[in-house]
Design a protein around this ligand. Structure first.
Ligand code: G4F
Length: 343
């Protein structure tokens, strides 16, 4: 049985990855903030159904000693470093904390593993935001980076740190350059979920409009479930390497709105309002990836189409606003495996 550590296990990707690894027979551990342990109903919503099979350890990516402590007390075969401040707009409001968490947090993880468990395989969650003002289209592993936000800059730094630990210390360090990936577990601040959750509220009379910053930006949207499989495949490959993970299709925010509103027989033009306060100081106009290397080398492929992703999200948000079935909310398991208080 392999043992994996996931940072960011309470997030969209972390929760899907934990499910995937458990299904493969892994023992799965997660780093979580101490405040999350004290507020499990809310903070562990995405992993509530997994809690009795997970080992959770309190640590902060802002504290090297806390990371060091966890890595010194448990042995891991694989580490998936997903935790980050990942909302691009927020990184413009507070670039300092984004840089601090994303760069130092990655550095602490790499340094702790290099010191204590250099044979553990390490995955870094890179991002298509590193391409920013794109130098070629579609973007692939060899496309130069030109980040356009503190978030993008922090991810370039994390990517370079990860590569440097691979080259300098011979660690198995791989980075996924993941394009946008969504699901019903997506945070409400991201544009897909903002759209689908607001549609559900409009449809049920709880909202009358949807305010967005731009309709023209183009993104390559895939499904998070497909993308976590790619993360796992990267750590099973014989050589540590970096891979683009993308659908290869670009859609505008306008197309996303059109499709999502049409799912509930509404015309987006009647509800969407442009609000310049939601515009970013520097926008990334177009991202579309070429995942040929991941398909060829890892045998990865995506299963969900853009239409299926949007439909699943709209349906899930409608269900959340107006449940059609009397499904009981999953109770938190009393067998939750928590690390000792001193951990
Ligand atoms: O959904 P978004 O906030 O995602 P964004 O900025 O592309 O970043 C996401 O994908 C990256 C991978 O490429 C990740 F690294 C990152 O962590 C995150 O997961 O915005 C998508 C687009 C942008 O062009 C944004 O300006 O939608 C545009 N948009 C227009 N109005 C809006 C809004 N985005 C948000 N969040 N809210 C709006 O009101």
């Amino acid at each position: 049985m392999k043992t994996a550590l996931i940072t960011g296990i309470t997030g969209q990707d972390g929760s899907y990855l934990a499910e995937h690894l458990l299904a493969l027979g892994y023992e799965v551990h997660g780093l979580v903030r101490r405040v999350a342990l004290e507020d499990p109903e809310r903070r562990f919503a995405r992993i509530a159904h997994l809690l009795d099979r997970l080992h959770l350890h309190p640590a902060s990516l802002e504290s090297y000693p806390s990371v060091f402590r966890v890595v010194s007390r448990h042995e891991f075969d694989e580490c998936y470093h997903l935790a980050a401040q990942s909302f691009v707009a927020e990184s413009f409001s507070d670039g300092f904390s984004t840089m601090n968490t994303n760069i130092n947090g990655t550095h602490y993880m790499l340094a702790a593993f290099n010191e204590l468990q250099p044979r553990c395989r390490f995955y870094f969650a890179g991002s298509s935001e590193m391409f920013g003002k794109v130098r070629e289209t579609p973007q692939r592993e060899t496309t130069p980076f030109y980040p356009r936000s503190p978030y993008g800059i922090s991810k370039v730094a994390g990517f370079e740190l990860t590569r440097n630990y691979r080259e300098a210390y011979g660690m198995f360090c791989a980075s996924g350059i993941l394009f946008n990936h969504e699901s019903p577990r997506r945070g409400f601040e991201f544009v897909t979920r903002k759209i689908t959750s607001t549609i559900a509220r409009i449809k049920t009379g709880l909202a009358t409009e949807l305010r967005l910053g731009t309709l023209d930006a183009r993104r390559d949207w895939g499904h998070a479930k497909d993308y976590v499989r790619a993360m796992h495949l990267m750590l099973q490959h014989e050589q540590a390497d970096d891979f683009v993970v993308a659908s290869g299709e670009a859609h505008t925010v306008r197309e996303l709105c059109e499709l999502a509103f049409a799912e509930v027989d509404l015309d987006y033009r009647e509800y969407v309002k442009l609000d310049e306060r939601l515009q970013r100081p520097a926008e990334v106009e177009l991202l579309v990836g070429d995942a040929a290397k991941a398909r060829r080398v890892l045998g990865w492929e995506s299963h969900y189409t853009f239409t299926e992703i949007v439909r699943e999200m709209v349906e899930a948000d409608l269900e959340a606003v107006h449940p059609t079935s009397a499904k009981a909310a999953p109770a938190l398991s009393p067998r939750l495996t928590l690390a000792r208080a001193s951990d």
